[in-house]
Design a protein around this ligand. Structure first.
Ligand SMILES: *Cc1c(COP(=O)(O)O)cnc(C)c1O
Length: 396
């Protein structure tokens, strides 16, 4: 037997965390790491945040799970808070981002079905998109590395170039249901939608009776300094998938929609055994308490500006390695002139700094949203020390 008990689908590195505190992780071997990866934009409040851990502990001791066959005071309360603070009129809770995307796809198809247009089933999606790993979600990207060997995939997707409005509009036909797009692509390399692109998609949806479905699983929930990234564009979606930061580490996601867009989602059309159970709702409430506190999102924006400044000031000193900074708030990317994965591994193994690599040789910098100036200084210090001694492999 050579296969590992943990299915070997991840190329796992040598860091083996057993404890976390704020912006730091501690390994099995006692090593301390500055965690500017945050479980890939999940640990919005860092590790072991007292408000979140207490809410989960208290709820676990009170009522962990009941079926969605029963009334849910917990779910109703969190859904109401989301409705009060967003474009949405209704919310379906899931356990992950991919499931939130699945619900968004189903809601979009069902809308046109309810309108008597079942042939309008195709969502136009974009290159280097990432929507998760379910069959539906991998069908919604044209990235071969996620799709190969899993065919036949789900029909009903067409692929356009990201930030190419004309190209996207040219794909609209009688089968089009709408667009599915990340306002800021995370896995794709912190690629930000241009205002003309996202606003143009919104306008096309309004003109053609299509749905704008935003995937804010990574860029939403305070990461950009706004509650949701689309607020930066002055538009709202019809449907939106959310996850990652929404539970701060507790597995939680959500699909938000307007009343009109959700008109097909009547009793019996969708479900989830765990989705929105009392324990998940307690985690979601605790996160929202902090994120919606006065000044919290401003703090994210300010820290984002400081971190960006620090990165930009550092680049000229290491311009053999670093190219440019991209992104918004605390969803930042540092573009490298060589393989980003190799540098992420170097910073991790030699300087105890945790980052995430992404497409286009970009390093994703996704710290907890609660960091302060000291964490930023420490990150910049580690990055420049690493850059000073790092030698890219010859073939990078
Ligand atoms: C992470 C991510 C997903 C998938 O979330 P999972 O919880 O891993 O299923 C979907 N969309 C985007 C934009 C993501 O970043």
């Amino acid at each position: 037997m050579t296969i590992t008990p943990l299915m070997p689908v991840y190329p796992r590195c040598g860091v083996r965390p057993v404890r976390g505190e704020g912006a730091y992780l501690f390994g099995e071997d006692g090593q301390q790491y500055l965690d500017f990866a945050s479980g890939i934009a999940v640990n919005a409040l860092g590790h072991a945040h007292p408000h979140l851990t207490k809410a989960i502990a208290d709820q676990a001791a009170t009522l962990m799970h009941v079926s969605n066959l029963y009334g849910s005071p917990q779910g109703e309360h969190l859904a109401q808070r989301l409705v009060d603070n967003t474009f949405a009129d209704t919310v379906f809770f899931t356990n992950s981002g991919a499931e939130a995307v699945e619900c968004a796809i189903k809601t979009a198809r069902r809308y046109h079905f309810a309108n008597g247009n079942p042939e309008r089933h195709t969502l136009i999606t974009f290159d280097t998109a990432f929507h998760g790993r379910t069959l539906g979600a991998i069908s919604a990207t044209n990235q071969a590395k996620m799709r190969d060997g899993f065919e036949p995939l789900l029909p009903g997707f067409a692929y356009a170039k990201f930030n190419d409005l004309e190209g996207a509009l040219a794909l609209i036909d009688d089968h089009t249901a709408g667009f599915l797009v990340e306002p800021i692509q995370g896995e794709g390399g912190i690629r930000q939608a241009s205002p003309e692109f996202l606003q143009g998609l919104r306008k096309a949806c309004d003109e053609h009776g299509l749905l704008l479905v935003l995937d804010e699983v990574q860029c939403g929930y305070g990461r950009t300094g706004k509650f949701f990234a689309h607020e930066l564009y002055g538009i709202t979606p019809d449907i939106m998938s959310v996850a990652k930061g929404i539970g701060g580490g507790f597995p939680l996601g959500a699909c938000l929609a307007t009343e009109e867009a959700a008109k097909g989602m009547v009793a019996g059309t969708h479900g989830s055994t765990y989705g929105g159970n009392p324990l998940a709702m307690a985690a979601g409430e605790a996160i929202l308490d902090v994120i919606l506190e006065d000044g919290f999102l401003d703090h994210v924006a300010t820290m984002g500006d400081r971190l960006r400044q620090g990165l930009e000031q550092m680049i000229p000193n290491h311009d053999h390695l670093f190219d440019s900074v991209r992104g918004t708030g605390l969803m930042l990317g540092l573009k490298l002139k060589s393989d980003s994965r190799a540098f992420v591994a170097f910073a991790r193994d030699h300087h105890n700094l945790l980052l995430v690599s992404a497409g286009e040789n970009v390093i994703r910098i996704l710290p907890p949203l609660v960091i302060d100036e000291n964490h930023i200084a420490e990150c910049i210090d580690k990055l420049s020390t690493a850059a000073r001694v790092y030698v890219p492999a010859a073939d990078d």
